[in-house]
Design a protein around this ligand. Structure first.
Ligand SMILES: Cc1cc2nc3c(=O)[nH]c(=O)nc-3n(C[C@H](O)[C@H](O)[C@H](O)COP(=O)(O)O)c2cc1C
Length: 287
């Protein structure tokens, strides 16, 4: 099985697995695995898309994505996540502003907010007259965030299998209180990221290279120093990628990425996330 070079154009040529791997790892670094797995091929063909056609999702696609999301593993089967579909309108427009002007949030026919959700379990506890103070810990916020991320990624893979494209929107964490108010979240709920879903305009995005596996895959013990050479190679691959795509030169990956975490102020307001999450009812237990 092969994936189509464009997002869903039926006439575009198929891209063989080996080419997908080469695109993912830059030239000359494709591990000789994966052939024959439709699931792996689908994931290798992933790219975030920020230019959408106005066409609506096909009937049942959202429900199929949520079924895939609910099929993800979930810590202790607690299912501490929810998803809110935000219709076109003022709330969506406000999400664009909150995210720093990401227009694709209104251009996409579907915009989903993925929620770390401890409110459901708190309510069940109240109804049963049982204590639920464990939900007030950092651990349970992390559990809910991991649950939401695993669910969302299954939904992304499902969407891509239907010829749809997506982009996550971390910019929703710029103003967590306001996002919570926009969609009426109760205490114990926070939107951890958004997700635009729709049909990509033709040639909207290319497969972006990733770090060589030498940087991320370790055997026996973790070694930071061996990663230097892999990172140098990746810097070169990303520079090539930006030139090939005619994108603005962003410096190499290392500089660009470190700049992203230069200081609290470079996080678009998210350096105050802990206080916001406390206001939303998370980790009040101080541990
Ligand atoms: C949790 C999360 C939040 C993200 N937030 C944004 C965002 O706010 N805006 C955006 O354009 N892309 C966002 N992205 C997409 C990443 O920039 C993208 O995945 C990365 O550059 C790799 O590109 P690729 O997905 O095309 O391979 C986000 C991705 C993740 C996983």
């Amino acid at each position: 099985m092969g994936y189509r070079r464009g997002m869903s154009a039926p006439s575009s040529p198929l891209v063989p697995t080996e080419e997908l791997l080469t695109l993912r790892y830059g030239t000359g670094n494709a591990p000789a695995v994966c052939a024959g797995s439709a699931a792996i091929e689908l994931m290798l063909a992933h790219r975030s898309v920020r230019a959408f056609k106005p066409d609506a999702l096909p009937s049942g696609a959202l429900e199929a994505m949520v079924a895939a999301a609910q099929s993800a593993a979930t810590s202790s089967n607690l299912q501490t996540w929810s998803v809110v579909s935000v219709p076109a309108g003022p709330a969506r427009a406000r999400c664009v502003e909150i995210s720093g002007g990401q227009q694709h949030i209104v251009d996409a026919p579907c915009f989903l907010l993925w929620i770390a959700d401890l409110a459901r379990l708190n309510r069940v506890g109240d109804q049963l007259g049982l204590p639920h103070g464990g939900n007030d810990t950092l651990e349970m916020f992390l559990v809910a965030s991991i649950d939401a991320a695993l669910a969302a990624q299954n939904a992304v893979v499902a969407a891509e299998s239907l010829g749809l494209s997506t982009v996550y929107i971390g910019g929703m964490r710029n103003k967590p209180d306001e996002v919570a108010e926009l969609i009426g979240l109760p205490q114990g709920c926070a939107a951890v990221f958004g997700l635009c879903v729709g049909y990509a305009v033709e040639d909207a995005a290319r497969i972006k290279p990733r770090l060589p596996q030498e940087a991320v895959l370790h055997h026996g013990h973790y070694d930071l120093t061996v990663q230097d050479e892999a990172i140098a190679r990746y810097n070169a691959a990303m520079a090539d990628f930006y030139v090939r795509e005619g994108m603005d030169a962003k410096g190499d990956w290392a500089r660009h990425s470190v700049k992203r975490v230069a200081g609290p102020q470079s996080l678009s307001g998210r350096h105050e996330l802990m206080q916001a999450l406390r206001r939303l009812g998370f980790f009040s237990a101080e541990n």
